[in-house]
Design a protein around this ligand. Structure first.
Ligand SMILES: [Zn+2]
Length: 247
């Protein structure tokens, strides 16, 4: 072996060891595989609800659901998990989001495990805890107004990209990162793998930079005097004993 090759070998080994030390391990949690996806209101088919605003790339990355009664008649009505999954975020993010729940799903398609996040925004009440397991149709909260910012409605998203969390900035606002929720659900009402469980990646986004967010629904007039972010106390999501210390 030449001296050059021997040095190359040691250099590569050094790089490998350095990489192993520097790279944080991917964190995972076990969750139930989704056996199908339902609409998040009027379960399972959105009975009594209509879509008041649809998905539009770059402008509205989800769908808005309103009760047939109009106005705030749907305030306080139940919002359900679209599928089995694991709660990766459940807290008041204020700004344009209000009370926000994000659930991570694993499902089997074409023989492969795939992942998606479902997003439930502007909730009046949150009824699940972070890192909890939920099943399809389980109530996760109630329809709200994002602290009076909007007429009551559910803003609902389904995402391909698991890194977005509550901060959409820097992510393409199109179908590379998001699904059209109704289209996604209608083609996945029943899926194989029910009863199985699998590992999902967790802690794929930060929840600390709270002030960096605004949701798509944020009216321009409100952006001028948006409330100051409060509670700068750091919050670690990667430890299970920190689960319920969020403000
Ligand atoms: Zn919306």
């Amino acid at each position: 072996m030449s001296s050059l090759r021997r040095h190359g070998y040691w250099f590569c080994l050094l790089l490998l060891v350095a990489g192993l030390i520097a790279a944080p391990p991917v964190q995972t949690a076990r969750t139930r595989v989704a056996d199908g996806f339902d609409q998040p209101v009027g379960k399972p088919d959105a009975d009594g609800y209509y879509k008041s605003r649809g998905f539009r790339a770059r402008y509205h990355m989800g769908e808005d659901w309103n009760g047939d009664g109009g106005g705030n008649t749907d305030k306080g009505k139940p919002v359900y998990a679209t599928a089995n999954g694991y709660v990766v975020l459940a807290r008041d993010m204020r700004m344009g989001w209000g009370n926000l729940v994000i659930i991570r799903h694993a499902y089997i398609e074409e023989g492969q495990i795939k992942f998606a996040d479902s997003v439930y925004a502007h909730l009046d009440q949150i009824m699940v805890k972070e890192n909890a397991q939920v099943v399809r149709g389980q109530q996760v909260g109630t329809i709200g107004t994002a602290h009076g910012l909007y007429p009551a409605h559910l803003h609902f998203e389904i995402r391909k990209n698991l890194n977005i969390g509550f901060n959409q900035r820097g992510f393409p606002r199109d179908l590379t990162c998001y699904y059209i929720p109704s289209a996604f659900i209608s083609t996945r009402r029943k899926l194989p793998g029910g009863g199985r469980s699998t590992m999902i990646p967790i802690n794929t986004f930060s929840v600390e930079a709270r002030s960096a967010s605004s949701s798509e629904d944020q009216p321009k007039s409100l952006l001028k005097d948006k409330p100051k972010p409060e509670g700068t106390k750091p919050f670690r999501v990667n430890r299970f004993d920190d689960l319920f210390s969020a403000p």
